[in-house]
Write a protein that binds this ligand. Structure first.
Ligand code: 16G
Ligand code: ZN
Length: 529
């Protein structure tokens, strides 16, 4: 095809405004929204090429900067099975975004040639966005990129990241997975959730009400849709709905609550032990929290959710007498106390991988039931085909009511990627079945005090790590100094890593007491500077 007019158009409409090199990282491309138009146009182009490369399968493009502040935006591609973009295409994406406007046409030609792509074949790109005010403009740029290559685009408007993943998988899956439409998504989750409630809305210490902090993001809007359709099978009060003055992720949301270790600023006065949860701006993370009767803030983070879910699934498998291999995947951010609990109490194999969902997801696929969560609340469960067919068979047998529950649990889980709303419904189901309130849940183990710091440096890439980011190999000697500092603290542990989404180095520290933790984090911070 003669693409000359399309490129001339793009140069005019979406000129590259910055020469700064940007890289496709764990969250795709991220940056200040005003520099992203050309990136978006080019990602529309790339998604179309990817779709053609994958024989016309639907490819997703999500426009969001997740938990980052309002002026930021970003874009990531979703592969046909709903997974993150294949690693080898990350560098293709990086190259494409960094070439000049003059080199663009040539670079596209190179991708087509290197990958043997038939540019006359069919393609379809699904695009979604969060509710940042610049997202619609950026969405148009993506769509224009698709059209420039004469591809097909389907715009979903404002949706959560996991919803877009869901649309992509359901479009590409032949078996009944669900319909690639917003209603299909609500339907799948709500049907499973309601069946699992089985009209027993309260049980033991479990009360049927919850505060939901929507981070002024997409999650709030979609939760309101869920509420309309759930008919009180869960009573949810949504705060930070994204109307009025509230900005996305500002003083609220999962990242704020987890990192600051405090409730959202706008938190209303509630009874002690009221169950609350916070999601992030694009609703792929969730953490729980509450205040105890002394008014102290208590966090139930991704590690907590992972242990709750793993323990529950293990019991279910046992009750159904199914011999399935269950494993748990964490990152270096996992609280040491959670890892001890998993090893010593749950007696489940646990592994540690580098930060970023793709690493966790990949590792989790090694098990029949792979539970993975980052401490920040991003995670899900993946089931092997063997696990699914074994459970389905047991459910058919008729004499195993637990197997029927198990089957519905699988339905409730968005396996493609962490999904704050699906994870929340899963946690609510488990707490309900166990008859637990937050007090019961938090009593399973005691978190070690922990702290995170962000250190601004000239070049974050002077730091290199190994062993799932737990050991620093560059600059030389730094790990030795870290070890020395850590050895002075009881139950001390610390690591440093370059951020994949911001131009900073991150420091994590934990120790036996709050004071020790603050002091250890401070010491490590100074070593990095
Ligand atoms: C991205 C990752 C998230 C990770 C975070 C770390 C995905 C989809 N998202 O948001 O899992 O926790 O980056 O950010 O992989 P950092 O590298 O800036 O600490
Ligand atoms: Zn997110």
């Amino acid at each position: 095809i003669n693409l000359r007019t399309a490129y001339a158009f793009s140069r005019e409409m979406y000129p590259k405004l910055s020469t700064e090199h940007i890289q496709y990282g764990t969250g795709g491309f991220r940056g200040k929204a005003e520099f992203l138009d050309s990136v978006m146009f080019r990602m529309g182009v790339l998604a179309t090429l990817r779709s053609r490369f994958r024989s016309g399968a639907a490819i997703g493009v999500m426009i969001t900067a997740s938990h980052n502040p309002e002026p930021d935006n970003g874009v990531k591609l979703v592969d046909p099975k709903g997974e993150m973009l294949e690693a080898s295409w990350e560098s293709i994406a990086t190259d494409l975004v960094n070439v000049s406007d003059q080199e663009l046409e040539q670079q596209v030609a190179k991708i087509i040639k290197d990958n043997n792509i038939d540019i006359t074949s069919s393609s379809i790109v699904y695009v979604g966005m969060d509710n940042r005010y610049h997202s619609p403009r950026l969405l148009k740029a993506v769509a224009d990129g698709v059209i420039a290559l004469k591809g097909n685009v389907r715009e979903y408007g404002i949706v959560t990241t996991p919803m877009l993943h869901y649309f992509v998988v359901s479009a590409n899956t032949k078996e009944a997975y669900g319909k690639p439409m917003e209603e299909g998504y609500y339907d799948k989750l709500i049907t499973a959730f309601k069946t699992l409630r089985n009209d027993q809305l309260e049980n033991g210490n479990y009360k049927n009400n919850l505060i939901f902090d929507g981070a002024n993001g997409v999650g709030a809007r979609k939760m309101l849709q869920f509420i309309k359709r759930m008919q009180n099978s869960l009573q949810v009060t949504v705060i930070n709905q994204g109307i009025g003055q509230g900005k996305i992720n500002e003083d609220c949301g999962a990242d704020y609550v987890k990192v600051q270790q405090r409730p959202p600023k706008s938190m209303p006065e509630v009874e002690p032990y009221t169950r609350c949860c916070s999601v992030d701006g694009d609703a792929d993370r969730v953490v729980y929290f509450f205040s105890n009767d002394k008014g102290e803030f208590q966090l139930l983070d991704g590690d907590r959710i992972a242990t709750l879910v793993a323990g529950y699934l293990m019991d279910l498998a046992k009750k159904c007498q199914l011999d399935l291999r269950l494993g748990l995947v964490q990152t270096a951010y996992a609280n040491g106390a959670s890892t001890d609990y998993i090893v010593n109490e749950l007696k489940v194999p646990v592994s540690c991988v580098p930060t970023g969902v793709k690493h966790l997801h990949h590792k989790a696929l090694e098990y029949d039931i792979g539970v993975y969560f980052e401490a920040n609340g991003h995670g899900t469960v993946v089931f092997s085909d063997h696990a699914k067919s074994t459970v389905a068979e047991a459910a058919k047998a008729g004499d195993k009511p637990d197997a029927k529950i198990f089957l519905k649990i699988i339905d409730l889980i968005n396996e493609t990627v962490g999904d704050a709303i699906s994870d929340m419904l899963l946690v609510e189901t488990i707490l309900n079945h166990k008859g637990w309130d937050v007090k019961d849940w938090i009593s399973t183990y005691t978190d070690l005090p922990n702290q995170q710091l962000k250190i601004k440096v000239q070049d974050r890439n002077v730091i290199a790590t190994t062993d799932a980011e737990r050991v620093c190999v560059k600059p030389e000697g730094l790990q030795f100094e870290i070890n020395k500092a850590v050895s002075n603290y009881k139950r001390g542990r610390a690591f440093v890593r370059p951020s994949g989404t911001e131009d900073v180095v991150r420091v994590y520290a934990e120790a036996n007491t709050k004071e020790d933790t603050v002091s250890l984090a401070h010491e490590i911070g100074i070593l990095v500077q």
